[in-house]
Design a protein. Structure first.
Length: 388
């Protein structure tokens, strides 16, 4: 018997429908949806349209943004100190010869607990100790704490280049001294007000949850890379495949997150930043302020301004004309000795701003290789793919 094409299609449709509705006929398979894990302490900033502020004047342009995750708080002293400690311990383990051989024959650093008081250990760690220290009193020289990493320049690698036979030129090696510049408190216009505790800002436990300052853009990027490496290793140990990275936000992302879904220039109450310690020696925790915007972001005004990944660009950029020097004075880029330094956009108000400057549209340019007592940072996180 011959079937017409219509009859064949009808036969297949009936059988397909029957298999679809009959659960007893389905194969015994399991399926699930894999959701990307969200790093602790981050909030989701949804995709949206924003009128870009670019300063305290009238809005200039409308942009569309894709969603991303951002730290609810600025990176704290405690968090950045973990990074510095990891760099110190990794260098020490390398000097002590703590390595392990992997399955493919390669060597990998074996991070072990170090007895810093042991005389034999101190002798092997001499390259990272301060010179001239008394016996048994050796301490680490911060200048030796250098983080090494490589990154691939995807943006420029995608631009056609004639007669190019290799992409090795797009692999960049970075060697970044990670210890923050603790002298910013005395350099930035006497910002410590002669308070001795300012000299201990990075290490004193009362400042654990205050934002890390005295860090340059290269140091922020090194922290982001370290955080990415740890995140990927954690996911790999859990059996997950992930392509994700932590990075500095662009200027647009910084403003979108700070506005919290509004196109207004929100004025924030200034937070007392260097409050006096209580009887127990602890400082009032400005970082734990309950004030947060719609997206759950805190400390958006009055604490520290924040680095962005955006360079101050072009003659038409008002932030490219001036920047704050180490004395917190506005300096003309064209006449400053620092004019040859690459300038980076900094967003948001800080504790040195007067009330009129307490708004999220506040922006200025600053040399990316420099640091200040009123500039910190927070990370954003984007994840391309996750699965098992």
């Amino acid at each position: 018997m011959k079937l017409t094409l219509a009859a064949c299609l009808l036969f297949l449709a009936i059988n397909a429908h029957g298999q679809d509705v009959s659960a007893t006929q389905r194969p015994n398979t399991k399926s699930r949806t894999v959701r990307a894990a969200v790093p602790h302490g981050m909030a989701y900033i949804p995709s949206g349209t924003m009128v870009m502020q670019e300063g305290s004047g009238p809005a200039t342009r409308t942009i569309q943004m894709l969603g991303f995750y951002m730290d609810k708080n600025e990176v704290s002293n405690q968090e950045y100190r973990q990074f510095v400690t990891w760099v110190r311990d990794s260098i020490a383990n390398d000097l002590l010869g703590n390595h392990k051989t992997m399955a493919d024959g390669s060597q990998r650093l074996d991070m072990k607990r170090i007895d810093w008081q042991d005389a034999a250990v101190q002798a092997k760690l001499a390259p990272i100790y301060r010179s001239g220290a008394p016996a048994g009193k050796s301490d680490v020289n911060p200048a030796t704490l250098v983080y090494h990493y490589k990154w691939f320049d995807y943006r420029n690698s995608m631009v056609p280049h004639p007669n190019e036979k290799t992409v090795i030129k797009y692999v960049h090696s970075e060697n970044v001294p990670v210890y923050p510049d603790t002298t910013v408190w005395s350099r930035n216009g006497g910002a410590n007000y002669n308070d001795p505790i300012a000299a201990q800002y990075f290490w004193f436990h009362g400042f654990n949850y205050y934002p890390a300052v005295g860090v340059s853009v290269p140091q922020c990027l090194a922290f982001c890379n370290w955080r990415t490496v740890l995140w990927k290793e954690e996911k790999r140990n859990e059996g997950e495949l992930t392509e994700a990275n932590f990075r500095l936000p662009t200027e647009e992302e910084s403003e979108l997150a700070a506005k919290g879904g509004s196109n207004d220039v929100v004025v924030h109450t200034q937070i007392p930043f260097l409050a006096k310690p209580d009887a127990g020696g602890f400082i009032a925790n400005a970082s734990a302020s309950s004030s947060e915007n719609k997206y759950g972001l805190r400390k958006l005004g009055g604490v520290v301004s924040e680095w962005t990944a955006t360079a101050a660009g072009g003659a038409g950029d008002p932030a490219d004309a001036l920047f704050k020097d180490n004395s917190n004075k506005w300096v003309d880029v064209a006449t400053s000795p620092a004019a040859d330094k690459h300038m980076q956009i900094v967003r948001g108000s800080n504790w040195m701003n007067e009330a009129s400057g307490q708004n999220i549209g506040n922006r200025f340019a600053y040399p990316k290789d420099s640091s200040a007592a009123y500039i910190g940072f927070r990370c954003v996180f984007t994840q391309v793919l996750t699965g098992k």
